[in-house]
Design a protein around this ligand. Structure first.
Ligand code: KIV
Length: 260
């Protein structure tokens, strides 16, 4: 087993797992110093490409951005989201996941569960491709956003799904927008770590979309805490630059290449 994956597994019940998303090298370079897992998420659809959902992101998009992110990663576990349609059966999943692993040198891939694709996970793992699962609100398969696992019946269904993913061999599972008590139940009943987004503090780790938590994306649902307001920081810098250019104060003498 990949050493970094063993380290993630060992954190369960000891210390929380810290994860964020990245789509480019410069951001990845900063995250790498502080995150256990960096995910190249198909959330790039909304964040970078202004798509309404994640469905149009291609394998090429994901591979290009992961190649950039990889340039900034030394320590974190690098996980890559498989886009919608790229793992619709075992044969297609194997071909695409192998290509992603080969071209990007990432550590693992993530696939969203449709409560049926357990065999695909099992087959990928048989090919030595580590897999992270994803349950709850799964944007590739669910049309409408809702809190998942709010009733006892839904909680039991999600627990069963999580167990199947663990049994198939996944090394961890993202729990997206799952009711706190259900996230707690799943986390308690699995040996592999759960990584929550909008799923309470009971998960073994947390993930957020970096552009959201930095205040860059404009998408701030209740579960996103804004840890910075980079939008206004960037705007301040751009305004300063504009004023200097207009007033002919930039470039100043010290910015001239030959000093004259
Ligand atoms: O695409 C993504 O960024 C994700 C996270 C929200 C878990 O899947």
């Amino acid at each position: 087993m990949n050493k970094k994956i063993r380290e993630i597994l060992n954190k369960k019940n000891k210390t929380k797992i810290v994860s964020l998303t990245a789509y480019s090298k410069n951001v990845a370079n900063i995250l790498d110093k502080h995150c256990d897992i960096v995910l190249v998420g198909d959330s790039m659809a909304n964040v970078l490409y202004d798509h309404k959902n994640t469905h149009m992101i291609t394998l090429n998009n994901i591979i290009q951005h992961t190649m950039s992110v990889k340039g900034g990663i030394k320590n974190s576990l690098l996980v890559v989201d498989m886009p919608k349609g790229t793992y619709k059966n075992t044969k297609i999943a194997k071909k695409n996941a192998k290509l992603v692993m080969k071209l990007t040198k990432c550590d693992a891939i993530k696939i969203e569960s449709n409560n049926k694709n357990f065999k695909i996970i099992r087959e990928l793992i048989r090919e030595k491709i580590p897999v992270m699962g994803h349950i709850g609100y799964t944007p590739q398969f669910k049309k409408k956003f809702k809190i998942e696992g709010a009733s006892q019946k839904e909680a039991n269904k999600l627990l069963k799904e999580a167990r199947m993913i663990e049994k198939a061999g996944a090394f961890s599972i993202v729990l997206e927008c799952i009711a706190p008590n259900t996230a707690k139940l799943i986390t308690k009943n699995l040996k592999i770590p759960t990584i929550g987004i909008g799923s309470s503090v009971y998960c073994d780790g947390q993930i957020l979309v970096t552009d959201d938590m930095l205040g860059l994306s404009g998408f701030y649902p209740k579960f996103v805490k804004r840890f910075a307001s980079l939008n206004s920081e960037i705007e301040k810098a751009v305004k300063k630059y504009r004023n200097k250019v207009k007033l002919k104060k930039f470039p100043a003498k010290q910015n001239f290449l030959n000093g004259k």
